[in-house]
Design a protein around this ligand. Sequence first.
Ligand code: CP
Length: 314
Amino acid sequence: MRHLLSVADLDAAEATALLDTSDRLREALLGREVRKLPTLRGRTVITMFYENSTRTRVSFEIAGKWMSADTVNVSASGSSVSKGESLRDTALTLSSMGADCVVVRHPASGSAHRLAHWADADREVTGTPTAIVNAGDGTHEHPTQALLDAATLRDRLGGIAGRRIGIVGDVLHSRVARSNVLLLATLGAEVVLVAPPTLLPTGVESWPCRVSHELDAELPALDAVMMLRVQSERMHGGFFPSAREYAVRFGLSEDRARLLPDHAVVLHPGPMIRGMEIAPAVADAPNSAVLAQVRNGVHVRMAVLYHLLAGAPE
Ligand code: CP
């Protein structure tokens, strides 16, 4: 694996190998007083975020530090990006400073692929490889989110193949939904998207999943339900249905959560809009895996950095 740009680039064996490495790294750190492995000593990981983030940016930084890599954070507002520097020039500048890996989040779909193209061209000239990790590109993909969600589902359900997973809400603007549909289908799950017709993307019929508009009808047969964030920053001029109608029809209220089977798991990638997408009591209930997702995010991102910079373990 040279870059991680899309879960579509992973087959079931590759995705499972990443999840297994994540589990092994978690075990390796368990009970240690000092959470530090020497695996990536001398390597440099740069996170370059053109959009806000708490979970992804911080967990990549922790993942790098726990494996002894040197980590540097670059944000658009505090860098020469604010002076008009292009994505390409910024990325090649960081690569020239010796970045072994650039983790990028950008509002433009396809930006991580462009970066990987420029990094590969630069490698031809300088001989220095820079791995690119997509930490979210526009409405396209968020591969490490899907991997950490899969890790959490494996933990909670004992496996993914044959499980029925519902993904609910603003699919139209969600890179999390697309990456999850692709990865969960690759791992053998049955995926159902539940959304209002106005919040589904064109071409969703070709995705490896079923589409429904009736959340109450789907909940009793789900092994897990993943609530999506309503991406208001990508909606210019509001959205339909209104926030109130959305909460009534697609929010996971306490009453609605009771329709789930007892074993079912509730997920949300965060940040959550409590009261609209998910009731506070549901987000904090024992079957909610929201904080387990965050914990798994660090180990999954350690696994991604490991596979990219040290090679897949035997
Ligand atoms: N889930 C997720 O990507 O969260 P952040 O935007 O906080 O990174």
